[in-house]
Structure formats: structure tokens, C-alpha cells
Design a protein around this ligand. Structure first.
Ligand SMILES: Nc1ncnc2c1ncn2[C@@H]1O[C@H](COP(=O)(O)OP(=O)(O)O)[C@@H](O)[C@H]1O
Ligand SMILES: [Mg+2]
Length: 248
């Protein structure tokens, strides 16, 4: 579904992605794990079309999508849940969700938009009961975890076929991280393809089929989630097993 070849991107003089190649097959959950500053957000922003690819290719559903406008990529079915959530705090939960359907609704003039948007809204409410309960509340009054659910719900409103998530567990209480990851499992069961980036390797590898490890803009390791969890390098650098044994 997604194929990335030798992707390079960065900011001004700064070269961040130094030739990334990876793929995500239909129905898979793929995790990209790496430390703070490794280039995870840069990777997702480049796929989403927010940042320009300097070199390489991004293919989604057999179409080249690199350097297309971000809105077009969403319309094609590839949607990003950004790091830090970026919900609109002074708008209600429901308004935030409706906004998520906007670029897609506009693109499909021939269908009954109002009805299909409402149907999708009901699906999102089924998935996140709390968003239904709080639908008329301002998004800024939600907890961090609830805002993360809202950000995921807003992305789902565009009816993506590939959902990209940037650190869904960042700044969220541990118990709520569990809830969010349960939702990811539910979405996977529903057939959604997911590309997930995380510093929280433990959480991401627990739900992923496969994973990649990114260090300073390069993929240094890849394999099934099981293989990565068992790998001494991943255990040492990302799962913190050594730290725990020092504590003991
Ligand atoms: N807007 C930006 N302008 C300049 N440098 C940036 C910008 N965003 C990120 N960087 C730099 O790019 C590198 C990768 O950052 P990022 O992709 O955000 O990493 P991660 O998401 O893995 O923490 C870091 O060195 C970071 O300082
Ligand atoms: Mg990041």
C-alpha cells in the first residue's frame, strides 16, 4: 500500500532523512521506533506532503505521492494524526471531528456528503464513547489522552485507508496509553492499515506486525515485531531492559 524508496528530506541546510526505504502492506500495522530527534516526525510529514521530499520516491496505492499537496494525500486516503495532537481548543469536540471530513467531503461532490459525514461521525463515536459524551464540550477542556482520541477520531473522519500516527502515547497517562493502544488494535481488526511512529517502543511493538528502527535519519534495523523485541540492540536502546537490571 505504501512504498518508500531512498527518501531524503530536511529543513534548510539540515539533512534529516538520509535515504529511508520502507513499505507497509495492506492491513498491516507497521511501527517505526527511534529516539527523540531521529527523524520520525520528519518522515511522517514528508509522506503526508507537509514537507518536501528532496530525493527518493513515495508510492501510495501504486501512485507517486511525493511533493503532492497535503490535502491531495488526505483525499487519496492517507491521513496523519500529528504529534502533539493539535486539536482546536476553542471549538467543540464535534466541530473538531466535522473538520476532519472537510477536505474529503469537498472532493466528493457527487455523493450525499451530509449523510456520509454523519455516518462516519457515528462510527467514531462508537469507537470513542467519551467523544460522544463530550461532543458539545470545548476540545481545550479535554485531558491529554482524550485530546489524543479526538485527534485520532478527526483523522478517521477523512475515512483513511492508511492511518499514520505520530507518537500517540506522548504526554498521555500510562493507563490512557493502554486505552489508545486498544483502539489501535480495534482499528487493525477492522482492516485499517496503520503506520505508527513511537519512542515508546514497548507499546508500539506490542501492536505492530513489523517494525523499523530509525537512527539519525536512517533505518538501522527491521523485522517482525517479535524479532525486534528479541533483538539485544532494541532491548538495550529502546526497551530499557538494561536500565531495569541496573535498578535491581
Ligand atoms: N521545523 C524544523 N526546523 C529545523 N529543524 C527541525 C525542524 N523539525 C525538526 N528538526 C530537526 O530535525 C531532526 C529530526 O527531528 P524529528 O523528525 O522531529 O525527530 P523525531 O520525531 O524522531 O523526534 C532533529 O534534529 C530536529 O532538531
Ligand atoms: Mg517526533
Amino acid at each position: 500500500m505504501l512504498k518508500i524508496l531512498n527518501l531524503e528530506a530536511g529543513y534548510g541546510e539540515l539533512r534529516v532523512l538520509k535515504g529511508i526505504s520502507l513499505h507497509v502492506a495492506l492491513g498491516e500495522v507497521v511501527a517505526v521506533i527511534g529516539a527523540n530527534g531521529a527523524g520520525k516526525t520528519t518522515l511522517l510529514k514528508t509522506i503526508a506532503g507537509i514537507l518536501k521530499a528532496r530525493c527518493g520516491e513515495i508510492e501510495f496505492d501504486k501512485r507517486k505521492i511525493h511533493n503532492q499537496p497535503a490535502e491531495r494525500t488526505v483525499q487519496r486516503g492517507c491521513c496523519l494524526v500529528p504529534e502533539g495532537r493539535h486539536v482546536f481548543g476553542t471549538m467543540t469536540v464535534r466541530e473538531n471531528l466535522i473538520l476532519g471530513a472537510y477536505s474529503v467531503a469537498r472532493a466528493s461532490r457527487h455523493t450525499d456528503n451530509g449523510r456520509s459525514v454523519n455516518a462516519t461521525l457515528e462510527q467514531v463515536y462508537d469507537l470513542f464513547g467519551i467523544l460522544k459524551e463530550r461532543s458539545n464540550q470545548l476540545a481545550g477542556t479535554l485531558s491529554g489522552g482524550q485530546q489524543q482520541m479526538l485527534a485520532i477520531g478527526r483523522a478517521l473522519m477523512s475515512r483513511p485507508r492508511l492511518l499514520m500516527m505520530d507518537e500517540p502515547s506522548l504526554g498521555v497517562a500510562p493507563l490512557v496509553v493502554k486505552d489508545i493502544y486498544k483502539t489501535i488494535v480495534n482499528l487493525k481488526r477492522g482492516g485499517l492499515t496503520i503506520l505508527l511512529v513511537e519512542q515508546n517502543a514497548r507499546a508500539a511493538l506490542a501492536v505492530a506486525d513489523r517494525g523499523y528502527v530509525i537512527e539519525t535519519g536512517q533505518i538501522v534495523l527491521q523485522g517482525s515485531a517479535r524479532q525486534l523485541c528479541d533483538s539485544p540492540e532494541v532491548q538495550r536502546a529502546y526497551l530499557g531492559k538494561e536500565y531495569r537490571s541496573i535498578d535491581e
